[in-house]
Design a protein around this ligand. Structure first.
Ligand code: 5AD
Ligand code: SF4
Length: 350
């Protein structure tokens, strides 16, 4: 209890205390941690849950991350990319259901080049002046990010995956580096994006000490958003036979991040929802405040297979919106309509 109080009072904590909290076996302390995290989330945002319409714009990827089903060496995958017109149509529909944030997420697809991104963002910006546009398209040059920002993108999600450089190398081939990843996050911040970092929980080779490093990095860099979900194996990757991450540890990390950064936007992720039924709701109860329902066309949702048994959390019409509203209401939450900005960012539509 002492450790939890220390966290919620000072929003700062040393590595040893974080380590102890991650390893703690006392269920009453863990319950208290979740309750405190939820209290802090309520204090910042009330019972509101922000939703983002997720569009998986391409499953082509030039990278070969060892954990991901979209890696370029996976020849089994049926590859697709959405056109700007399809994306615009999806957003128009999702807007009528209530969405005011769209997330364009995709592999690093060389054919969806900077000009394509700029054109797509420009169209969305014109059509939806009251919406936030979030990109999650991987590592690009500073110049590319600058163009995306000038076209009207507000936010960028780029998980750091792991702060520990040697662990990063266990998860990625040599051509990728933690140094470049962090450099990208630095550029995004300088350019005025609300940035989101994050990591998988239970990825192969991950230790408690790595997670402590992640938490210290998150605390020091103060991102607007933090995306965390359990690692889940994909059969056509080098990590096919590695065990999945744990729900309990993911929930614990959600709560700790909420206490470290009270205003942070924290999604209850697709991976968490795929690991156990009701996983996303558990995430909200542990202090998360964002859901990212999938509004991609159905063929795309199936082919965007980062891991096996993905539960896309799809939304295909107004009835799905109403059903989510009801589920949240029954759990004492409120589905919020709006951009859902981090309270610390005073952003207005441009
Ligand atoms: N299990 C869980 N999460 C994964 N991601 C990629 N592959 C997996 C997997 N097998 C996550 C990574 C990446 C994001 C797009 O999805 O953290 O940043
Ligand atoms: Fe590509 Fe991202 Fe998958 Fe890595 S995690 S292979 S960059 S889609």
């Amino acid at each position: 209890m002492e450790l939890v109080d220390q966290l919620s009072r000072h929003q700062t904590i040393d590595a040893e205390a974080l380590r102890a909290l991650l390893l703690c076996q006392d269920t009453s302390v863990v319950s208290y941690l979740h309750a405190e995290a939820r209290r802090v989330a309520d204090q910042a945002y009330g019972r509101k849950v922000f939703v983002r319409g997720l569009l998986e714009v391409s499953n082509h990827c030039r990278n070969n991350c060892y954990y991901c089903g979209l890696r370029r060496d996976n020849r089994e995958l049926r590859r697709y990319r959405l056109t700007t017109d399809t994306i615009v149509d999806c957003c128009k529909k999702a807007y009528t259901w209530g969405f005011r944030t769209f997330v364009l997420q995709g592999g690093e697809d060389p054919q969806q080049d900077d000009d394509w991104v700029v054109e797509t963002v420009t169209r969305l910006r014109q059509l939806f002046p009251d919406c936030a546009i979030t990109l999650s398209l991987g590592e690009k040059s500073r110049e590319s990010y600058k163009r995306f920002r000038e076209a009207g993108a507000d936010r960028y999600l780029l998980r750091h995956e792991t702060y520990n450089a040697s662990h990063y190398q266990q998860l990625h081939p040599r051509e990728m580096s933690q140094h470049h990843r962090l450099q990208c996050l630095g550029w995004l911040r300088e350019l005025g994006f609300q940035t989101g970092c994050g990591m998988m929980v239970g990825s192969p080779g991950q230790t408690v000490d790595h997670l402590v490093e992640d938490l210290l990095y998150i605390h020091a860099s103060r991102p607007a958003m933090v995306g965390m979900g359990p690692f889940l194996p994909h059969h056509a990757t080098p990590f096919a036979h590695e065990p999945a991450g744990s729900v309990e540890l993911t929930l614990r990390l959600i709560s700790i991040v909420r206490l470290l950064l009270p205003e942070v936007l924290l999604p209850a992720t697709t991976a968490l929802g795929s690991l156990i039924p009701g996983g996303r709701l558990l995430g909200l109860k542990a202090g998360a405040n964002v859901l990212m329902p999938n509004v991609s066309p159905s063929g795309a949702r199936e082919a965007y297979a980062l891991y096996d048994h993905k539960d896309a959390g799809a939304m295909t019409g107004p009835a799905d919106w109403a059903a989510l509203e009801k589920t949240l209401d029954e759990a004492g939450f409120e589905l919020a309509v709006g951009r859902g900005d981090n309270l610390l960012y005073n952003t207005c539509p441009p």
